[in-house]
Design a protein around this ligand. Structure first.
Ligand SMILES: *Cc1c(COP(=O)(O)O)cnc(C)c1O
Length: 391
């Protein structure tokens, strides 16, 4: 292959970098200054391996061991933890471990109705079938899990290998009663995995307090890391030994981690942002985030009633919000650029995060925005409605 004409791949400017970001995928994944420095410092391939003796989690310099074996399990409320390549890789590791240890095939997992696609493909890849709770009218209740577990037992003639709860779900930002769901699952002696992709790093969570056996988080979604990177915590000595079992061929390599997971810049940015992440997940700081989300909802409800409808729990308990916006939808039917008008209008105001072409339904997040920027986004929504004579 000739080396000329490949410059187009070399430096790609990102035009939304300085924008106010309201994309739920991105708001809590923005790098801290410390992480931005770490990204440059540790960006070279295999940069963290200078002092590795074969086990990444035991590297003392940089202090990965201190992070993985002390700080992270304390943060997650677990007995043991590892840094993984993402939330999905963490879920797969748990499911594959349980599937491999099962006496027979034909096993399954019970998941909430809003389970993320990555939970499903993790199960599929681990050779597990899936039973989901019924789609609820409003939010997922503990009884829904009771029913799904019973339906699974009826269908398969045995209990599931795992119960999985998405906390919060990635559609509406609802927080289900995790303690009760864990209790129900444990009554059947089924371990529970909490998918905290939108929780770990944003809000206070403790696997021990919740009574869950496994917890997973996403570094690039909610822990201000460049990623791909995720975290996996486990409670119980036996479960930890099983999950982090060592290779028969190499005594230090953990099979489920394929010997080594996140290395280089992803894990270093995760660690660099960790002090800030611990700070922002203190209850009093999380409460401010919830207040801010509620402020945003209230402004829209007060100033443009009938033009915005929040789905999910209201009062809302998370920064991830799902709106129906009939006002924006009406505009899209008459605007010159059709359904692209909203994206254009927001871009002009340097606001990024509603998917191109969406007007009728969309998700947004106010995480980390503070009152001033949140008000600016609310002002902008109202101004756009006024500009097109919707209010
Ligand atoms: C984003 C997301 C994931 C995937 O996280 P990765 O770290 O990218 O694997 C999983 N579950 C939910 C609910 C999510 O929103």
């Amino acid at each position: 292959m000739a080396a000329n004409n490949l410059q187009m791949f070399q430096y790609i400017k990102r035009d939304t970098r300085d924008f106010i970001n309201i994309d739920p995928l991105q708001t809590a994944g923005l790098l801290t200054d410390a992480a931005r420095d770490a990204l440059l410092e540790w960006g070279d391939g295999y940069s963290v391996c200078d002092y590795c003796n074969g086990a990444l989690d035991l590297v003392k310099k940089p202090p990965i061991q201190e992070f993985v074996h002390k700080a992270l399990p304390e943060f997650l409320g677990t007995d043991a933890a590892r840094v993984m390549n993402g939330a999905r890789e963490s879920k797969f590791a748990v499911m594959h471990t349980l599937a491999s240890a099962a006496a027979d095939k034909n096993n399954y997992v019970v998941m909430d109705a809003w389970a993320h696609y990555s939970s499903k493909v993790a199960a599929e890849r681990a050779g597990l079938e899936i039973v989901q709770t019924e789609k609820p009218e409003k939010e997922i209740m503990p009884e829904d899990f009771q029913k799904a577990i019973e339906a699974g037992i009826e269908k398969y003639g045995k209990k599931p290998l795992l119960t999985l709860l998405t906390y919060p779900d990635g559609n509406y930002g609802n927080l289900a009663d995790v303690k009760k769901i864990a209790d129900i699952s444990h009554e059947f002696e089924i371990p529970v995995l909490l998918n905290g992709a939108y929780a770990v790093g944003r809000m206070p969570v403790s696997a021990k307090e919740f009574g869950v056996d496994y917890i997973v988080g996403s570094g690039h979604k909610s822990m201000s890391a460049c990623g791909p990177v995720g975290v996996l915590g486990v409670n119980g000595e036996e479960a930890a030994e099983q999950l982090f079992r060592k290779s028969a061929y190499n005594k230090v390599k953990e099979v489920e981690l394929l010997g080594c997971t996140s290395r280089g810049a992803p894990i270093m940015t995760l660690m660099a942002s960790f002090p800030e992440v611990v700070k922002r997940t203190q209850p009093e700081n999380w409460e401010k985030e919830v207040e801010n989300a509620r402020l945003f909802i209230k402004r829209l409800e007060d100033e443009a009633p009938d033009k915005f409808k929040l789905f999910g729990q209201n009062p809302h308990n998370h920064d991830l919000m799902f709106f129906e916006a009939p006002g924006f939808f009406n505009i899209s039917e008459k605007a010159k650029r059709g359904r692209y008008f909203l994206y254009d209008e927001l871009k002009e105001r340097k606001i990024h995060g509603i998917k191109v072409g969406l007007t009728k339904n969309f998700k947004i997040s106010t995480y980390g925005l503070g009152a001033e920027k949140t008000n600016f986004v609310a002002d902008s929504f109202i101004d756009i409605l006024k500009k097109y004579d919707e209010i």
